[in-house]
Design a binder for this molecule. Structure first.
Ligand code: AMP
Ligand code: MG
Length: 391
């Protein structure tokens, strides 16, 4: 059995960004990470642009111009303003050569083609978005390793970019084991329970921008489990097996993985919930044996699997987010394991929820964080700061 910290370290040391980046449509690139620097193919703005609705004017001391025409957003003025001339312009319109300043329409008065402005002084370059002020053509606009969020997509579009090279997201697969499990919707039979981990894990993956590509259900029979693991090992970057990883007579995960030449990197972490966690690798495929108890599966996914999904996809920040908060009530434990308590944090404190047993999902539906109570601690007093892992 190893510590939580040691488990994180082993996983991290054995996890790498996936090879063979792919070309994605920018529209489909949300949540991916750029695998190369992206240079702008254009100046932004591509030309000197008006920043307001108003008038583009030449330099004039007397504050009077003759309005010669109108330029709308999208027009291209192919002339030069001469001394004493002005043009009516709108936000985003290209400014003609010779523009000295733009006046806001609120600050001027007009009389037929006469434009008057009584400002003390006309400020050079005012309300002009200079060509290339945001980004110059050929310079890096987005760095390699950038997580593509909606703003990045918008920015790429604004540079006219339609395709982007990104790191691949891992092919994630799940095998659910357990003869007692029935699918929701089926009639509940005696001795059986409804299967919940597939929905839980799929939701966790999806919520964080990943998908479970292949799923299978295996009986608590070695041959069945083995054939399913064998198939999915070949297709997956990450294979999750739910249940069957403990020490019961019908828990075959360890044995099957061993027979299929998966190298075991650790088995069992001194934590609760989630003690019988298995982690191994076969060539580039990572394998997690997740304990079947739903809260254990959740905890292990959150602390260990999600960082692997993120790191393989090129995320720079792949570890969970932690912060320190005072606990709202005393917590005691009488066992020698790291404890991850389902809890609810607010602005000023964190409240451990009741019903912490690992088979219970109910409290998890209300939780928005874990409180981590380290192995060697058996009490956290009310008001004492604790490490909190934010979902
Ligand atoms: P196991 O890890 O296979 O020993 O299972 C531990 C507990 O979790 C048992 O009570 C199982 O019935 C339950 N369990 C295992 N897998 C699932 C699942 N996919 N959905 C709901 N409960 C499960
Ligand atoms: Mg089982």
């Amino acid at each position: 059995m190893i510590s939580y910290k040691a488990a994180v370290k082993i996983i991290s040391e054995n996890t790498f960004i996936l090879k063979n980046p792919e070309l994605k449509k920018v529209t489909d690139s949300l949540g991916y990470v750029t695998s190369e620097d992206i240079k702008s193919g254009t100046d932004l703005p591509p030309f000197d642009q008006s920043n307001v609705d108003g008038y583009a004017v030449t330099n004039s001391v007397i504050g009077q111009w003759r309005i010669i025409r109108e330029i709308r957003a999208g027009d291209h003025p192919d002339f030069r303003l001469k001394k004493g001339e002005a043009v009516r312009v709108f936000t985003g319109a290209e400014l003609p050569a010779g523009t000295y300043s733009v006046l806001m329409q609120e600050n001027v008065s007009t009389e037929s083609d006469k434009l008057n402005c009584h400002a003390e002084k006309i400020v050079k370059g005012k309300f002009i978005r200079k060509k290339g002020i945001q980004i110059k053509k050929g310079t890096p606009a987005i760095r390699r390793g950038t997580l593509i969020n909606p703003a990045v997509i918008g920015f790429l579009f604004s540079m006219g970019i339609k395709f982007v090279k990104v790191y691949r997201k891992p092919v994630l697969s799940l095998i659910v084991t357990g003869d007692e499990l029935l699918e929701a919707g089926a009639e509940l039979k005696e001795g059986k329970v409804y299967e919940s981990n597939s929905g839980l894990l799929r939701g966790l993956a999806r919520y964080n921008g990943f998908e479970i590509r292949y799923t299978a259900a295996a009986r608590d029979r070695k041959s069945d489990l083995k054939s399913k693991v064998k198939t999915l090992l070949k297709k997956s970057d990450i294979l999750l097996i739910s249940g069957g990883v403990s020490v019961g007579k019908y828990d075959y995960v360890n044995e099957v993985l061993n027979e299929l030449n998966v190298s075991k990197l650790f088995y069992k972490v001194s934590q609760k919930p989630g003690k019988p966690l298995y982690f191994g690798k076969k060539s580039n495929t990572s394998v997690f044996g997740l304990p079947g108890n739903p809260a254990s599966a959740f905890t292990c996914f959150y602390l260990y699997v999600l960082p692997v999904l993120k790191k393989m996809s090129g995320h720079k920040k792949f570890l969970p987010v932690w912060k320190k908060l005072p606990v709202a009530k005393e917590i005691r434990k009488d066992f020698n394991l790291s404890w991850f308590l389902r809890a609810k944090y607010s602005d000023n404190n964190v409240m451990p929820l009741d019903a912490q047993a690992s088979f219970m999902l109910r409290t998890l539906t209300e939780a928005n964080c874990f409180i981590h109570m380290p192995l060697n601690k058996n009490k956290i007093s009310k008001g004492e700061f604790a490490d909190v892992c934010i979902f």
